[in-house]
Design a protein around this ligand. Structure first.
Ligand SMILES: Cc1cc2nc3c(=O)[nH]c(=O)nc-3n(C[C@H](O)[C@H](O)[C@H](O)COP(=O)(O)OP(=O)(O)OC[C@H]3O[C@@H](n4cnc5c(N)ncnc54)[C@H](O)[C@@H]3O)c2cc1C
Length: 453
């Protein structure tokens, strides 16, 4: 009996597909890496399904790439040719809800925006919004990449909200990790180990999240600057002075221009900061006034967004706007993270290096946490330009690591940044290999991602 026939013994026909259209969807994520067609797509509906699929895959030596919303940006969701894609997007149930404890237990396929819509009527939310992909990203995918976003400067990233996980390991064993206690001093923190492991250690089948209360009052503001460095300095000063920022997004002048081209917003094409404060009306006003004074020291002045626009509506279209500038060109991106005081240096480095080699560079990001995206638009058919842009991308990542930072503050390593992994982690990669072996002795869980065995 073939592997696919054996799957039909415990899954219904609509849970398995080898249709070329379905295989095509499962062959890519949102990165610009080439597609790889898997053997089949399998939809799990329960923890039991996942465990049985893993056990069968061990028997037949078939690797598994888990897939939530497929919005990953570094190729972590791209399977190998021998793999099945285990799609968790039909596992969207809320399994338990304790509003009085600010906690919820969900299946991994639930989409970020859908969860927050459900929580809103109780005055609660799950804060680490992954920005432009909130309507795509599943919570399982967010845990697996330790996603973060606009509001993480105040509230933290995904892993800061994960209390308990149910995980199916590479042997098919079902483990419960963590507990519903908010604070634990009880043994190794295996929950944090799974967060950010990109589907290489286990398949997450249930997640208990801590939630936050929706703020009583919100205040949004935007400031414009004469140059990128002044905007970056203002951010690092705001952090130094302890301004209580719920969000601070940096957009350079080229990003503002791209937004105008796509959406006709009529924005001033200058480096800008979009801010949001959460608290009471008076605390927000006082934080805003301190932020304004700091911006003024850097010659920053208030930027009026055209009336009906919220900063986040505008921010949402950044990547699309950059792509729209040069149809047919490919985006090379990074998501470096570094100590906040290095932000001006990093911004300057990206722009000066890009100018040197004539590459179109855009910088933006959740800068309050020292996260920056440098996006390059490159004609892939121009081999010399492509090669230079790839080298520059590596140079930017190396610079972040040199400054005491990280290759990835958000999107993970996947396939795209694997070649630089040792640069950041040195000898500890060997320890990671040993850990991987404990969770996945047959190396069937998303093989080839993050590092090679
Ligand atoms: C326009 C746009 C904007 C974005 N903005 C942000 C941002 O601001 N911040 C940010 O952090 N990211 C951002 N991203 C990246 C992406 O949305 C996040 O990485 C997100 O967390 C991925 O979730 P997903 O459900 O789509 O995961 P997928 O792409 O399906 O999977 C991602 C990884 O997790 C693994 N995985 C998925 N589900 C499971 C599971 N149940 N168990 C084990 N492993 C699993 C996969 O194997 C893969 O390695 C953006 C992406 C786009 C396209």
């Amino acid at each position: 009996m073939s592997f696919l026939d054996k799957l039909t013994e415990f899954l219904s026909p609509d849970q398995i597909s080898t249709h070329p259209d379905q295989l095509r969807v499962a062959s890519i994520d949102e990165s610009t890496l080439p597609p790889v067609t898997p053997v089949a797509v399998v939809w799990a509906l329960s923890t039991d399904d996942i465990s049985k699929v893993v056990k069968l895959c061990i028997e037949h030596k078939v690797p598994i790439t888990s897939r939530g919303g497929g919005s990953a940006l570094e190729g972590s969701t791209i399977p190998t040719e021998q793999s099945i894609v285990l799609d968790l997007s039909r596992m969207t149930k809320i399994l338990n809800y304790w509003p009085e404890d600010l906690q919820v237990c969900i299946q991994p396929g639930l989409i970020y925006d859908d969860l927050n819509k459900k929580l809103k009527s109780d005055g609660l939310f799950f804060p680490p919004s992954p920005g432009g992909s909130g309507n795509l990203a599943s919570i399982g995918g967010m845990v697996s990449t330790n996603a973060s976003g606009i509001f993480s400067v105040k509230y933290g990233g995904t892993k800061d909200y994960v209390l308990e996980l149910e995980v199916v390991t590479g042997t098919g064993e079902i483990l419960k990790l963590g507990s519903r206690a908010i604070k634990r001093s009880s043994g190794y923190n295996l929950v944090d180990l799974i967060a950010g492991s990109e589907g290489t250690l286990g398949i997450i089948s249930a997640i208990t999240l801590k939630l936050a209360g929706l703020p009583e009052h919100k205040l949004q503001a935007a400031f414009k600057f004469t140059d990128e460095i002044s905007a970056a300095k203002a951010v690092s000063e705001m952090c130094r002075y302890g301004v209580d920022l719920a969000a601070v997004e940096f957009l350079d002048s080229k990003v503002m221009a791209a937004l105008n081209q796509l959406k006709n917003y009529g924005l001033e094409e200058v480096p800008s900061l979009f801010l949001e404060f959460h608290g009471t009306q008076s605390s927000n006003q006082s934080n805003f006034e301190t932020a304004e004074a700091i911006c003024q020291e850097q010659k920053g002045v208030k930027l009026e967004l055209p009336s009906s626009q919220s900063p986040w509506e505008v921010r949402h279209f950044v990547t699309e706007a950059i792509k729209h500038l040069k149809p047919g060109f490919t985006i090379i991106r990074n998501d470096v993270a570094f100590p906040i005081s290095c932000l001006p240096e990093m911004v300057q480095f990206c722009h000066s290096q890009a100018d040197k080699i004539g590459i179109l560079m855009h910088t933006f990001g959740h800068v309050g946490m020292g996260l920056l995206h440098a996006l390059m638009l490159v004609d892939k058919t121009n081999q010399s330009q492509w090669h230079k842009a790839r080298e520059l991308n590596d140079l930017i990542i190396k610079k972040a690591v040199e400054l005491g930072g990280s290759i990835s503050g958000e999107h993970g390593i996947g396939l795209a940044h694997k070649h630089l992994f040792t640069l950041e982690h040195g000898g500890s990669v060997d320890l990671m290999r040993k850990i991987k072996k404990q969770f996945d002795p047959h190396n069937i869980l998303n093989p080839g991602k993050i590092f090679d065995l």
